[in-house]
Ligand binder design. Sequence first.
Ligand code: SF4
Length: 256
Amino acid sequence: MIPITIDGRKLEARENQTVLQVAREHGIDIPTLCSHEALGPHGACRLCVIEAEGRPLRKGLMASCTLQVFPDLIVETKSPAVVQARKVIFELLLGRASESVALRELAEKYGVTSSRFKTESSEDCVRCGICIRVCKEQIGVAALCFAGRGQKKRVTAEFGQLSETCIGCGTCANLCPTGAIRMEDRGDERRIIVKDTVISAQPLVPCRQCGSHFQTARFIEHVRAKSDVEGATEIARDLCPTCARVVYAESVMVGP
Ligand code: SF4
C-alpha cells in the first residue's frame, strides 16, 4: 500500500490509483464532470483540481483524475488556491454551458452562481467527452466525435450526418452529465439527439408478445455478437424485458 495524505488525513492507496479514486473511496468530495468509473482518466473538465506536493512533484494545482498516487504525496482539496481555481473553472464552464441545470446545480453547491465569461450562444454541452469515450471504449462503436475548434467545438456523428454506425443503445445519453444528449423513443423510432440535432434515427423492434416497440435491431444484434453464452440472448431477441422475464420464468418452471 502507498501512504498518502489528503486534507490532513493519512490514507493508504493502492498502486496505480489516481488521487480522485482514493478520495472517492474515502468519501472526500471532489467535483468532476468528465470522470466516470467505467472510463479511463481524461482530465477534460479540470473541475477535479487539487493542490499536490511531494517529491518528485513541485507544489502546484493539478487534475486529481490523472494524478497517480506515490509515497508521501500530500493533497489539499480545499486550500484557497484550489477554491479559487475551481471557481474560475466553474465560471468558464457556466459561460459556455449556462443552460445546463446539472452544471448550475453543481456550481451552486460550490458557491458559484454566476459567470464573468459569457459566450454568444450558450448551451448545455461542456465538451467533457464522456459520450465519445463511452461509445468507443465500452460500446465499441465509436459513432461520436468532436468537430470544430474553440467555441465552435461540438459533439457530432461521423461527417456531421446521421450516423451509420450508432446502434441506438442510449449509453451516451445515460452518461451525459449535463443532459446535452437525449434519447427519445417516438412510436417505432429511436432518436439520439445532440442539442437540437438528430444524429441517429433507427427503427425499434416490436415485442412479439405485447407488441410494444422496445429496442433497436442493431442493439440486439450487437449484444448477440458480444455474448459468449450460447442461447443467452435468444429469449430476449424479440421480447421486451417484461415479456422476456415471464417467458423465461415459464420455461424454468416447465423445465426442458
Ligand atoms: S446511442 Fe449510438 S452514439 Fe450513443 S453510445 Fe450508443 S452507439 Fe454510441
